[in-house]
Design a protein around this ligand. Structure first.
Ligand code: AMP
Ligand code: ZN
Length: 463
């Protein structure tokens, strides 16, 4: 069985992506902290790893895709205090807004979408196991810390040896910890914060432990792939590895994939830099699909720069794909006997599409295969037989479906009144009633349609 190759952050090599059980992939993707509308940078991992999932499924695999909702966090608590409400109210509101955005972006529903607040008993279990095994310790104020010196492989994902980390300025010295690199698994609650009963103190989980617990609960001790944005490599994913491997006594995930940043003026788009655009605001201007398309135009490990001009270009490119696909249906509707060259062309392009996707999910090159098919249709489509064109349409749809684009096609059924006007126009043109024909053209334009005369008859195009 052939496997696609992915760049594994753990080994820093492109490797064949082989699951533990052939044909079954267990994937965990770190999800957002829900205290605001997500920005386009946050949409990058959501769209990229959804495309990976779609591709693996297209190649005949089952994918168990788990992605969490972080609903306990300082930022959520701060926002709740500012708004005079509870952390749950803030989290549920923005969790729902996130789902609206994911649906708009055509991200398939995750197999499981766990929340931290629903995983507290499992989190407490892991923390207790780590204490029992000597990998964690409780301090007097009720906090629990992970003892990084107890895990000799600490630093293997970020390729940062522990000595370097400890001597670096990135970790604040803190008296209550044995080592400055130790990190919180459980935090005793402060007044006004949400809290849960535990054997350690009334408190709440640290950030990193949540993903170790949710991953174990929904996918088991060892998964096939863990993903997220590259800012999560250190400390988040490094700490997840330490917790999970020490608690479970086995490798956590052999494969790790990280997307590069979406930038604005060569700086990471982020809430804290206040240089962000929410998915919602851009979707309101150009539609969700343009955002998805834009995120696919670069390889996921390359930085991607956001500008309005690029978004507008993406809108036009996407329109070109829609027009070509409509045109293909039109040709099918009018074709009979003809050549079948497009069959070999479509087969070649699908094979190349698979080859570039197999090579570390090259969505940018995959898109270009669709455009090659568009060019062939435009140049040679008219001469092809109906059966050959139908074959090409199947290839077109297959590639679009894997990329998760062109999903608004069926919504664009041409209304009966538009069809009636086009028929009337054909009739009045036969009578050489050009004035009425022009009038109909204007009426159609006002309704958002254009009619193009082709040797096969009039073609209706939605503007
Ligand atoms: P957060 O809510 O900040 O934890 O982010 C959710 C996901 O979005 C994580 O996988 C982050 O790595 C990712 N992310 C955040 N900002 C960007 C960005 N500018 N470009 C790409 N990915 C990002
Ligand atoms: Zn995580």
């Amino acid at each position: 069985m052939a496997h696609m190759k992915i760049f594994n952050t753990l080994t820093r090599k492109k490797e064949e992506f082989i699951p533990q059980v052939e044909g079954e992939y267990k994937i965990y993707v770190c999800g957002p902290t829900v205290y605001n509308f997500v920005h386009i940078g946050n949409a990058r991992p959501a769209v990229i790893f959804d495309t990976l999932r779609r591709y693996l499924e297209y190649r005949g695999n089952n994918v168990n895709y788990v992605s969490n909702i972080t609903d306990i966090d300082d930022k959520i608590i701060k926002k709740a205090n500012e708004d005079g409400t509870t952390f749950e109210a803030v989290a549920r509101k923005y969790e729902n807004e996130y789902y609206t955005d994911l649906k708009g972006l055509n991200v398939k529903p995750a197999t499981s979408r766990p929340r931290v607040s629903d995983t507290i008993p499992e989190i407490i279990d892991i923390v207790q196991t780590l204490i029992d095994k000597g990998h964690a310790y409780r301090v007097d104020n009720g906090d629990v810390y992970f003892r990084v010196h107890s895990f000799s492989e600490y630093g293997k994902l970020s390729h940062n040896p522990l000595e370097e980390l400890e001597s670096g300025a990135r970790i604040a010295v803190d008296d209550i910890k044995e080592s400055p690199a130790d990190f919180a698994l459980w935090k005793a609650s402060k007044p006004g914060e949400p809290k849960w009963e535990s054997p350690f103190s009334e408190g709440r989980p640290g950030w990193h432990i949540e993903c170790s617990a949710m991953s174990k609960k929904h996918l088991g001790d060892k998964i096939d792939l863990h993903c997220g944005g590259e800012d999560l490599i250190f400390p988040h994913h490094e700490n997840e590895i330490a917790q999970s491997e020490c608690a479970n006594g086995c490798e956590f995930s052999h494969y790790w994939m990280h997307n590069a940043f979406l930038n604005v003026d060569n700086q990471k788009m982020s809430k804290s830099l206040n240089n962000f655009f929410t998915v919602r605001e851009i979707a309101e201007q150009v539609g969700y699909e343009v955002i998805r398309y834009f995120l696919l135009t670069a390889h996921y490990r390359s930085p991607l720069n956001f500008t309005r001009e690029i978004i507008d270009q993406c809108k036009s490119s996407l329109e070109r794909l829609y027009t070509a696909r409509e045109h293909l249906d039109f040709l099918i509707g009018h074709a009979g006997e003809g050549k079948d060259e497009i069959v070999a062309e479509a087969d070649r392009l699908v094979a190349e599409f698979i080859a570039v996707m197999d090579d570390d999910l090259n969505t940018a090159d995959a898109l270009s295969k669709l455009f090659e098919l568009v060019t062939f249709i435009n140049v040679n489509g008219k001469e092809q037989s109906k059966a050959a064109l139908e074959h090409a349409a199947k290839a077109f749809d297959e590639m679009a479906e894997v990329l998760g684009i062109l999903y608004n096609r069926n919504k664009d059924e041409i209304p009966a009144e538009v069809k009636a006007l086009v028929e009337e126009r054909t009739a009045v043109r036969k009578e050489k009633n050009w004035a009425r024909a022009d009038q109909i053209r204007d009426e159609l334009a006002a309704m958002g349609y254009e009619v193009k005369d082709t040797p096969q008859g009039p073609q209706i195009i939605k503007k």
